[in-house]
Design a protein around this ligand. Sequence first.
Ligand code: BTN
Length: 347
Amino acid sequence: MSTKEKILSILNSDSLKNDFISGEELASCCQVSRAAVHKAISALREQGFLIEAVTNKGYKLESVPDRIDSDFIEKEILKCGEKCEVLAFDEIDSTNLEAKRQTADKELNRVLFVAGRQTAGRGRMGRTFVSPANSGVYFSLVYKPVAGIKNPAFLTAAAAVAVSRAIKSLYGEDCKIKWVNDVFLNGKKICGILTEGVTNFETGTIDVAIVGIGINVRNSGFDEELSKVAGSVEEIIAGEGKTVPKVSRNQIVSEVISNLLKIYDFYFADDKQEIKRTMDEYRKRSLLTGLEVCVNPIAGLEGKIYKAKVLDVTDEAELLVLTEDGIQKKLFSGEVSLKSSNFANQN
Ligand code: BTN
């Protein structure tokens, strides 16, 4: 860790409780001179961190930079040993749409499209994904494995695990996952995932995956209806009376994508142990396991809505259910809602 990183982590630490810390203390914690502390503070300010300095009190972190910064994200991902080209937009219609447009023009792999706001954010089943400015972060990863994609559900499930890991490491909070693509914190949806594929018409295989992830970070400003089922990470943590760690959207994206690329690398190298580890974590966080649900198969594939009990989630990310007729089924797509409260219309 560099002095700058050490100072940032001290200023942002829970134990400081958003209070001041003197330059002398910082110098002693980092075992550097006061001048080095001053230099690191200047560098952090240049990066956009707002750090208050008061005589006889010291330094206090006011806010972290929050404009989407492609260089920062690329470097952070690289630090975790992964490579990814990052293209950032303050505003765009939809990062999934932009990824598709660019994939049609040229061959892309490991390219990430990130936006601070979407004007036409897309959800599953033709729904919209509310994506206001200064609130969430919206990003789509283009991933093109050599051998094509046989099981898109796993890619989505892996994204839900990657988001949960990021929320745990950055905020210390444990998320739940609702099969297959929604991440929940304290009963509210904080993240939606939409995985789309680019199919090769000659071979019939899915060549490229576009994994779109939207995370509600703060200031959700959702209307009354949406607020019942969805929320933002910071508002939910604050609502529990806890201190909200200051985390930038750039850090969130970097952490999620570093985690996700690692899982994909293992998956496409057929590392069974890591695949199982990922899915064990998914199962541990599964919101539906053991519950009675309504299954709404995608129209045209399987017919009408039926009730079932969720038994488990398989290593291939299928939902294992037991129907009322006592038949076990493995679902690889479709809509599942809880019988008591309908989760289908979220965000
Ligand atoms: C859902 O909850 O139904 C899925 C929502 C997926 C939203 C993300 S935000 C980034 C990417 N771009 C989009 O238009 N959608 C996905």
